[in-house]
Design a protein around this ligand. Structure first.
Ligand SMILES: Nc1ncnc2c1ncn2[C@@H]1O[C@H](COP(=O)(O)OP(=O)(O)O)[C@@H](O)[C@H]1O
Ligand SMILES: [Mg+2]
Length: 277
């Protein structure tokens, strides 16, 4: 979306030998991961497997315990925050509700990496805010206080904040949480539209494997802090992976409309073994 002229396929974000985690808790060791420009990557895996920790490390929300994360070949730890924020927008999994802030004011926060020294919003900033509000269908709620919104509207307001940043990298942690199935599809279609029409590179944590297989072109399966599979949806979504990663017996069938692998979970491995035994 910026005038970045790197060809599609160039690694834009790369983790090299990264240990990720917290002061008292190493979640992931020896992580090597490269995100190519123009790609849509989904991180999948069970609760607590380290997806958010990896995403936060890539997004510079937490520092790697060792190793480095590079944005266009430069260590993000050495880049000014505003520069990182002009290149990369992040929707974290948990966000606090600021009291008495309207949707428009929240979304406007996305422009601060772009404004000049007086921190005044200019016409192009207002247009970007309006564009983000329109894309997330929040026009009728723009002047409402964020703390009065439903879970789904609230989630869309935070997505609008990330979109208003107009970056060419978008990192989203469970963007479809709190949304009903129609609004989930709406958000995923919007993410695909930004990727296809505006070349935005997307890395997202998704819970729903079928959504991940349909809306991402690369799936990274994480278990116990380790990447256990990395490839196209067809390569990653297999009965063997579902057993190893999620501990479930499942069938995998092609989606009749798109051909994407669709997972039908049958039972946890423990209960399937109990029935057999
Ligand atoms: N702020 C934190 N401090 C210490 N440990 C944390 C923190 N946040 C998450 N963890 C731990 O890190 C591990 C991975 O968590 P997380 O990355 O949130 O998993 P996921 O997103 O896959 O559910 C879990 O064991 C979790 O308890
Ligand atoms: Mg998480």
């Amino acid at each position: 979306m910026t005038d970045n002229e790197q060809p599609i396929g160039h690694p834009t974000l790369a983790a090299a030998h990264v240990s990720a985690g917290y002061r008292d808790h190493v979640v992931s060791r020896g992580l090597d991961l490269s995100i190519e420009q123009g790609s849509r990557t989904a991180l999948v895996g069970p609760n607590g497997s380290g997806k958010s920790t990896m995403l936060k490390t890539l997004a510079r929300l937490i520092k790697p315990l060792s190793g480095s994360v590079c944005l266009d070949g430069r260590d993000i730890a050495s880049l000014p925050s505003r520069e990182v924020a002009r290149r990369m927008a992040v929707l974290p999994q948990l966000h606090e509700v600021p009291p008495d802030l309207t949707v428009r004011a929240l979304v406007s926060q996305g422009r601060f990496p772009h404004v000049g020294p007086l921190r005044m919003l200019r016409r192009q900033d207002d247009e970007a805010v309006q564009w983000a509000i329109r894309l997330t269908r929040l026009e009728h709620l723009a002047d409402r206080s964020v703390d009065t919104l439903s879970g789904g509207e609230h989630q869309r307001a935070w997505i609008a904040l990330a979109l208003a940043q107009q970056t060419d990298l978008l990192l989203l942690d469970e963007p479809t949480t709190f949304l009903d199935v129609g609004h989930q599809l709406e958000v995923l279609e919007l993410i695909c539209h930004l990727n296809r029409e505006h070349g935005v590179t997307v890395v997202m944590v998704l819970h729903d494997l079928n959504h991940a297989a349909r809306f991402a072109d690369r799936l990274i399966a994480v278990s116990g802090g380790t990447v256990i599979a990395d490839g196209s949806p067809v390569e990653v979504v297999t009965p063997g992976l579902l057993r190893e990663c999620f501990g479930i017996e499942a069938s995998v069938l092609p989606d009749p409309r798109t051909g994407a692998p669709m997972c039908i979970p049958h039972a946890t491995i423990t209960s399937a073994n109990d029935e057999r035994g």
